[in-house]
Write a protein that binds this ligand. Structure first.
Ligand SMILES: [Ca+2]
Ligand SMILES: [Ca+2]
Ligand SMILES: [Ca+2]
Length: 463
């Protein structure tokens, strides 16, 4: 009985979807300048099948190559593309190396972006000169039905916020300003496939006050220090902003749901998503000349979750950030290979988009909560970065303090140091110090009674 009812319901739903979405049956590209069949640097042609039985099963209208895009299949993304589909109307800010504006997987989903560089520089040239940002953007919101790839939220908008250079590096201050800019310009979800090995209070404050408190989930890669390597100060080094409780930290898993060997094992890991050999969009410009490449990293894992957050946001715009986090965690498939329930390898498990979306109307998010024990473990460990922007120490004054307590300080005056505004929105100032003397002046600023905090501007990298 139930089965027959369900079947009838499904058929009606399919009919409604087909009526509402002519694209569903024509499977044609939507204002795509170049919808040539996919090709990769590895020379793989990517034929995509129009999978009619799956359309019937799930109201899905997007087709994709299920064996090539194992990651999309693994998290059951196709079953999450319910009507109305794909995260339409939701803006995902990609804080990264920029985004290729001409890529057919991305161009149609782009909104305006920004480029921050070296703490003071800003322009609108957010083109991707590295490749990482375009790859990440494709995983979150690559366009469906034009071949190649499809993102987890194929109709979400992509907001490029370029805070990393062509080497995939940048500073915490750029990321902080990027978060603020994204929120001020309408971002609904933020993806940060990046991290550094030092706490930086202005970025933490920007995430908490601008994103988290305004119902904007911040999805962050957990880090690639699962094995010792020259990019990590130590094995499983704490990565920021992943370690902040206001972010959702994502570990990387492989096609068998095992932790990727490189994925950082830590108390702050919240969930896991595919991050090994992920096929996605790359720039058509130097030095790539490739439409698609395979990348591995927790950088690749995070945008799966950002895409899922967009799908959720499209259907539940009123949920708080924590409710979105808790819901993603509670609908994940627990990876029991590392123990039943939460574990530091995969968090609450590998995300399951189908379970998240199918249960979203009935979900009682108020009853979901991250266990208190985990929150305690999640507490941020204060740690100054060893790699930071030269010549700068940033600080914030206490409410009752005046800037003359710094500019009029005998020690600072004797050294002839200048103070400028660094992040106006957060009241953060910068003390310009001689290169090599940053940690000395950091300690000095922290010793002054009017200073709420002082920080080095830590280096961040793609992950
Ligand atoms: Ca596509
Ligand atoms: Ca967290
Ligand atoms: Ca587990």
């Amino acid at each position: 009985m139930h089965h027959r009812k369900d079947l009838m319901r499904a058929l009606i739903l399919v009919l409604v979807c087909v009526l509402l979405l002519p694209e569903a049956v024509t499977a044609g590209p939507r204002s795509i300048p170049d919808a040539a069949p996919a090709r990769s640097a590895a020379g793989i042609d990517a034929p995509w099948a129009v999978a009619l039985p799956l359309v019937l099963r799930s109201c899905r209208s997007f087709s994709y190559n299920e064996s090539l895009l194992w990651n999309i299949t693994k998290i059951h993304a196709a079953d999450a593309w319910a009507c109305p589909q794909g995260g339409a109307g939701v803006v995902i800010a990609i804080l990264d190396t920029g985004v290729d504006s001409s890529h057919p997987e991305l161009a149609g989903n782009l909104v305006s972006g920004i480029h921050y560089f070296d703490a003071y520089y800003e322009d609108a040239n957010w083109e991707d000169d590295n490749g990482h940002g375009s790859h990440v953007a494709g995983i979150a919101a690559g366009i469906a039905n034009n071949g190649g790839i499809v993102g987890v939220a194929p109709r979400a908008s992509i907001m490029p916020v370029k805070v990393l250079d062509n080497n995939g590096s940048g500073y915490m201050s750029d990321a902080g300003r990027g978060v603020i800019w994204a929120i001020q310009h309408g971002a609904d979800v933020i993806n940060m496939s990046l991290g550094g090995f030092g706490d930086y209070e202005p970025l933490h404050t920007a995430i908490q006050q601008y994103a988290y408190n305004n119902n904007v989930p911040v999805i962050v890669s957990a880090g690639n220090c699962g094995v010792a390597n020259d990019k990590c100060p130590s094995q499983n080094a704490i990565s920021y902003p992943a370690a902040y409780t206001q972010t959702l930290a994502v570990a990387a898993t492989d096609s068998d749901d095992y932790r990727a060997y490189f994925s950082t094992v830590a108390s702050y890991v919240d969930v896991a998503a595919p991050g090994v050999s992920i096929y996605s969009s790359t720039p058509r410009v130097y030095p790539y000349y490739a439409d698609y490449l395979y990348y591995s990293g927790t950088s690749q894992a995070a945008p799966h979750v950002a895409g899922l957050a967009a799908l959720i946001r499209a259907l539940q715009p009123g949920w708080t950030t924590q409710q979105v986090y808790n819901y993603i965690a509670s609908t994940a498939d627990d990876i029991t290979a590392y123990g039943v329930g939460w574990d530091p390898q995969t968090g609450y498990g590998r995300i399951n988009a189908a379970d998240a979306i199918s249960g979203i109307d009935a979900a009682s998010v108020e009853s979901l909560a991250v266990p208190a024990a985990l929150e305690a473990e999640n507490a941020v460990i204060q740690q100054d970065p060893t790699e930071f922007r030269p010549g700068a120490v940033l600080f914030k004054l206490r409410e009752d303090a005046d800037i003359t307590t710094i500019t009029g300080d005998a020690g600072i005056q004797a050294a002839g140091l200048q103070v400028t505004t660094a992040i106006a929105e957060l009241g953060v100032q910068e003390l310009h110090v001689p290169t090599g003397a940053e940690t000395t002046w950091l300690a000095y600023l922290r010793s002054l009674p009017g200073v709420e905090y002082a920080e080095l501007d830590g280096v961040i990298h793609i992950q």
